[in-house]
Design a protein. Structure first.
Lengths: 129, 142
């Protein structure tokens, strides 16, 4: 039984769920996340809370893209670089290491260069089964 | 290609609208809550009810502060004010243990907090912490 065809959607959907969860959490409770906004961003253009909300919008949008396979390669690149930046700003601690692993997995999605969901449907002109 | 762009724009608009409604509902809830009960009446803090807490009527001594030093009951003192941050502990992005050692302390917490965050997160502390009262600095010196 060839299970390889499930690998890309499995990884993509799993990571999308992660970004959607944290994106929604940032939108609904920005106070809880404001502490993680780097000091050099606090008060620049946006307040810490608004940076969190902006970040949540970004994660929700690209998370949905990743979930349904719309511009999934581009979305994976943006989310991966974004999470890598967060991981380095958090530093060498359990949370930072976890984010680094998730960032690398997301960048791996970008490197795979496969299509599924909407991308596959548009490219092949038929629905995905 | 056009189908994908339309999809992308639609999703972005849905997200923006959802965020707008979530934020508006939360701000409305805050206004409703502030209209129904006064901030200084019947404040339920860490399994004990303090009635009519006034900022000058219940200065917290060092020993009283030190009793609230656990994961389930965490008070800290910052710049002469005592806050209950128990409910925030599990939500601390850096983990519970980064704060737990400083529960029930004044200068210990203050040094760790400013050492880690400077002054950038003071407003957050005051927002998530429940104000208990003034810290009895004179009691600490004596």
């Amino acid at each position: 039984m060839n299970l390889e065809k499930y690998s890309y959607p499995l990884l993509s959907i799993s990571l999308a769920v992660v970004f959607l969860y944290f994106g929604f959490s940032q939108i609904s409770s920005p106070d809880d996340w404001a502490e993680l906004v780097p000091d050099f961003l606090t008060g620049v253009i946006l307040t810490a809370n608004n940076w969190v909300i902006f970040n949540g919008i970004l994660e929700l949008t690209f998370g949905i893209f990743l979930l349904i396979g719309l511009y999934s390669r581009f979305s994976a690149l943006i989310l991966g670089i974004h999470l890598l930046f967060i991981a380095f700003s958090i530093g060498f601690n359990p949370v930072g290491i976890r984010d680094f692993g998730l960032a690398m997995a997301t960048i791996a999605l970008f490197l795979m260069n496969k299509k599924y969901g909407v991308d596959f449907w548009v490219a092949n002109g038929k629905s995905v089964k | 290609m056009n189908v994908k762009i339309i999809f992308a724009v639609l999703i972005f608009l849905v997200v923006i609208n959802s965020v707008y409604f979530i934020r508006m509902n939360q701000e409305r809830d805050v206004v409703d809550d502030s209209g129904t009960s006064g901030p200084l009446e019947d404040v339920n803090v860490s399994n004990e009810t303090i009635e009519n807490v006034g900022p000058l009527s219940n200065a917290i001594t060092t020993s009283a502060l030190g009793e609230h030093n656990s994961r389930d009951d965490c008070w800290v003192s910052f710049e002469g004010k005592v806050y209950d941050i128990t409910s925030y502990l599990p939500r601390h992005p850096g983990g519970v243990n980064r704060i737990l050692n400083y529960c029930g302390t004044s200068s210990g917490f203050e040094n760790a907090f400013t050492g880690q965050h400077g002054q950038s997160k003071v407003s957050l502390l005051m927002k998530v912490g429940v104000f208990i009262g003034d810290f009895d600095v004179l009691g600490e010196i004596q």
